[in-house]
Ligand binder design. Structure first.
Ligand code: DX5
Ligand code: ZN
Length: 215
């Protein structure tokens, strides 16, 4: 089963994006994470299509796009055209998640469904079978550098059971406050992809931080 890190570009120095992508290329991380925030689904703004295109151009790792936006359906096609290889939207942002998961998959890429920490894992029953990945937020979506909420551990275990029942190939991603202290326990609980922003780009040695999280 996949076990990797997805460094979050939102925490990089935007004046040195090329070196951020180069660092990811040279690192043990297999994915790179792009956070899209619209100032509506979350209060904050980040970036959109141009950043995904830039990542596709400069980064050889899997382009993992996390949409924190209202009405994601309107934008999925353009994010796929921009280079997204995994495209995740929020359960809280749509009325018919199954339709959108199907639409994303029909465009030939992986479809992910994200939930904030206050959404019960039970709500994902019946949806997991349609998803390639479930993203469990371990902070409330919207800002980097927040403190890890440790209900994530039990939520992963609960989700693993739903995945075993519905769709054994479905990946589990965890996002928010991940660092060298909590990464190994998250992997042990069953996470496949850990998103890490501040703990990678805020560290003196990002490649080393990634490696430590994989131990
Ligand atoms: C938060 C974003 C995260 C963020 C992670 O809303 O979805 O991907 O960049 O940053 P850290 O690792 O600093 O919590
Ligand atoms: Zn994210």
């Amino acid at each position: 089963m996949l076990k990797t890190i997805a460094p979050s570009i939102y925490a990089a120095d935007f004046a040195n994006l090329q070196s951020a992508f180069e660092m990811v290329n040279e690192s043990k991380a297999d994915w790179v994470h792009i956070d899209v925030m619209d100032g509506r689904f979350v209060p904050n703004f980040s970036f959109g299509y141009p950043m995904v295109e830039t990542a596709k151009k400069h980064c050889r790792k899997v382009i993992d796009v996390h949409l924190m936006i209202v009405e994601p359906r309107k934008h999925v096609e353009n994010f796929v055209k921009s280079g997204a290889e995994v495209l995740t939207f929020h359960y809280e942002a749509v009325e018919k998640p199954i339709d959108l998961l199907r639409q994303i998959k029909s465009l030939g890429i992986k479809a992910g469904l994200a939930v904030n920490p206050d959404v019960s894992v039970n709500k994902l029953k019946g949806l997991v079978k349609h998803a390639d990945m479930i993203l469990l937020m371990s902070v409330f979506a919207g800002y980097g550098g927040q403190k890890f909420i440790d209900t994530a551990y039990s939520r992963i275990k609960e989700l693993k059971q739903v995945i075993a029942d519905e769709n054994p190939g479905c990946l589990i991603q965890v996002d928010g406050g991940v660092n060298t202290e909590n990464a190994s326990k998250l992997f042990e609980c069953g996470a496949n992809v850990l998103v890490a922003g501040t703990s990678v780009f805020g560290s003196g040695n990002p490649k080393d931080a990634i490696e430590k999280m994989l131990v």
